[in-house]
Design a protein around this ligand. Structure first.
Ligand SMILES: [Zn+2]
Ligand SMILES: [Zn+2]
Length: 114
């Protein structure tokens, strides 16, 4: 047996993918075969597993923010100093600005400082 590091079953493509030796539950893992998808390392019943992590676009800057599949609707997510409310539409996540707040994501704003 010459196991180099760990391998875990990828729920996306169904193959074993390498997991960094120092990865811990909660870490985000990328699968080479599943481009554009992230997985979170979780511990279930004493065993490690990978869970699909959805990503939702920041309405202000368009950056994709990882969101756990079990994140409840209504959760407030912050990005670039702005906060957004998480909505679920047809099983997909979406972000909307909080009531009375304008989406002022710093990542979207032109570089200040001059
Ligand atoms: Zn995969
Ligand atoms: Zn943003």
């Amino acid at each position: 047996m010459s196991l180099e590091g760990r391998h875990l079953f990828c729920p996306g493509c169904g193959t074993d993918i390498p997991v960094p030796r120092d990865a811990r539950p909660g870490d985000l893992i990328e699968c080479e075969s599943c481009a554009g998808v992230l997985f979170r390392l979780v511990e279930e019943g004493g065993r490690e597993a990978l869970r699909l992590v959805q990503r939702v676009s920041c309405p202000a800057c368009g950056e994709r923010i990882p969101v756990g599949d079990d994140t409840p609707e209504g959760t407030i997510l912050c990005h670039g100093g702005a906060s957004f409310r998480l909505r679920k539409e047809f099983g997909a996540f979406a972000l909307e600005p909080r009531d009375g707040e304008r989406p002022l994501c710093r990542a979207a704003a032109p570089k200040a400082g001059e």
